[in-house]
Design a binder for this molecule. Structure first.
Ligand SMILES: [Zn+2]
Ligand SMILES: [Zn+2]
Length: 421
C-alpha cells in the first residue's frame, strides 16, 4: 500500500489508541466543565489556568502562559530525536444564550462590547480544548517512544477579541507561538454539526473563506421629503448601491474558479417619513476563497459604491476591514495524512466535504507553515446533519463520542507525521 512519499502508520498505533481510550472519561469531564464555565475571547483566564496546570502536571518541557493575552503554548519533547509538529485548539466561547437541555448547560452572563449577553460554547471550542488536553496526556505517556517534539497551542479569541483589542492566532504568532522551536507542520480540527459523529471531513486547498467586513456611508444633503430636488437623497442612492453590489459576484467573479459572497447585512438612515436624511450607513461581509480574488472583490465593491454615489451627486466613504485570510490546507500534507485519518475513523468514515463560507484564524498559521484543518462530526446518528442546529446556534449540541475520535485523530496525525521521513 505505502509508497515512498506516503506517511507510514506509526508503530505507536495500538499504544495511542489504548491511551486515548483510557483518557476519554476525563476528556468528557473537562469538556463539560468548560461548557458550564464558558469565557469570551481574551477572557479565557479560568480555562487557560486549567490547561496550563494540566500541561505542567504532565511534565511538559515548557509551558508559556499569557501568550496573546490568555493563550498557552506547551512543548513536549519526545525522548527520541525528530521534527517539530504543532497542534492547535481554540478556547473561546460566544455571546450566545444557551438553549440546550443538558445538566452542564451554561448559565453564564457577561458584558461584551458594552452589552449584557449570555455566554455559551456554541462553536464547540470547549471540545477542542478538552481534546487537545487529552492528546497532551496521550503523547506525554508515550514520550519515551516519541521521535521529535510536539508544540501544543491553546489559542484565545478565535471568534474575534472585544472591540478595540487585539487577539487570536495573529497575535499568538506575533508573540512567538511558532518560534523556539519552529514547527514544520500544524494540525487543527473543528467539531461540526454538518457531519454525524464518527465521521471526519477534510478538503485539500482552499477550505474555509476569507472574511472581511465593510461599511459604506453615502453622504447626501438633508432636505424636506416633499422637495427632494432641493437636496441629495442618500436613501435612493443606497438602494442603487445595494443592487449594484449584487453584480460584483454575479458579473465580476470567475465563479468557475472559486465562489464568493458579498452580503449587506445592515442599512440605517433617516428618522422620519418626510425628511430626506444627510447620510445612510450600510455594513456587510465579503467571503472569498482566493487571496487574489479577495483583493479584486474589495476593489470592485469600492469602485461601484463610489461611482454609483457620484452618479447621484452624493459622496461616499467605503471602509473595508480585512479579518481572517482563506484557510488553505496544504495539498501535499492533506494527501499524506489522509490514510492516517482513514485508519483512525475507519473505512468509509472520512468524507471530502464542500467548502465552508465561514472563516477560521487557523489560516494565519497556515500562511507560515503547511497546515491541515479538518472537521470532526458531532451530530447524533439519529439526526439529519442538514437539520441539526449549526455551530453558533443556541441549540448547538455535541455528541460526546466525537471527543475520543478527536483525541485519536490528532494524536495519530502528529505521530505519523513525526515518523515520516
Ligand atoms: Zn465559531
Ligand atoms: Zn469555531
Amino acid at each position: 500500500m505505502s509508497t515512498d512519499t506516503a506517511v507510514r502508520p506509526t508503530e505507536l498505533v495500538a499504544a495511542l489508541d489504548a491511551a486515548a481510550q483510557a483518557i476519554e472519561s476525563r476528556v468528557i469531564a473537562w469538556r463539560r466543565d468548560f461548557h458550564e464555565h464558558p469565557e469570551l475571547g481574551n477572557r479565557e483566564t479560568r480555562t487557560a489556568a486549567i490547561v496550563a496546570e494540566h500541561l505542567k502536571g504532565l511534565g511538559f518541557d515548557e509551558v508559556r502562559t499569557g501568550v496573546a493575552v490568555t493563550g498557552v503554548v506547551g512543548l513536549l519533547k519526545g525522548k527520541l530525536p525528530g521534527k517539530v509538529v504543532a497542534l492547535r485548539a481554540d478556547m473561546d466561547a460566544l455571546p450566545v444564550t444557551e438553549e440546550v437541555d443538558v445538566p452542564f448547560a451554561s448559565k453564564a452572563r457577561t458584558i461584551w462590547n458594552g452589552e449584557e449577553v449570555g455566554v455559551m460554547h456554541a462553536c464547540g471550542h470547549d471540545c477542542h480544548t478538552a481534546i487537545l488536553m487529552g492528546v497532551a496526556s496521550v503523547l506525554a505517556s508515550l514520550r519515551d517512544r516519541l521521535a521529535g517534539s510536539v508544540k501544543f497551542i491553546f489559542q484565545p479569541a478565535e471568534e474575534m477579541p472585544p472591540r478595540g483589542e487585539e487577539g487570536g492566532a495573529k497575535l499568538m504568532i506575533q508573540e512567538g507561538a511558532l518560534q523556539n522551536p519552529t514547527p514544520q507542520a500544524i494540525f487543527g480540527l473543528h467539531v461540526t454539526s454538518r457531519q454525524r459523529v464518527g465521521y471526519i471531513g477534510y478538503r485539500p486547498g482552499p477550505t474555509m473563506a476569507s472574511s472581511d467586513r465593510f461599511s459604506i456611508t453615502v453622504h447626501g444633503r438633508q432636505t424636506h421629503g416633499a422637495a427632494p430636488w432641493l437636496g441629495v437623497d442618500p436613501i435612493v442612492t443606497s438602494a442603487q448601491v445595494v443592487l449594484g453590489l449584487q453584480t460584483v459576484v454575479s458579473r465580476g467573479v470567475d465563479i468557475a474558479r472559486e465562489p464568493a459572497v458579498v452580503t449587506v447585512g445592515m442599512i440605517k438612515g433617516g428618522v422620519r417619513e418626510n425628511i430626506i436624511p444627510d447620510n445612510v450607513e450600510m455594513r456587510g461581509t465579503i467571503r472569498t476563497f482566493d487571496e487574489g480574488m479577495r483583493d479584486d472583490v474589495h476593489e470592485r465593491v469600492t469602485t461601484l459604491a463610489e461611482s454609483i454615489s457620484r452618479g447621484s451627486r452624493a459622496g461616499c466613504t467605503v471602509c473595508i476591514e480585512k479579518n481572517y485570510p482563506v484557510t488553505v490546507n496544504d495539498p501535499a500534507l492533506t494527501a499524506a495524512m489522509l490514510p492516517t485519518l482513514e485508519r483512525v475513523a475507519g473505512p468509509g468514515q472520512v468524507q471530502l466535504v464542500p467548502k465552508v463560507t465561514g472563516s477560521e484564524d487557523f489560516s494565519y498559521f497556515q500562511q507560515l507553515i503547511p497546515g491541515l484543518f479538518f472537521f470532526v462530526g458531532a451530530t447524533r446518528p439519529e439526526v439529519d446533519p442538514a437539520k441539526a442546529p449549526a455551530n453558533h446556534s443556541p441549540r448547538f449540541h455535541v455528541d460526546e463520542r466525537a471527543l475520543l475520535l478527536g483525541v485519536r485523530s490528532l494524536a495519530h496525525v502528529a505521530c505519523d507525521w513525526l515518523a515520516a521521513r
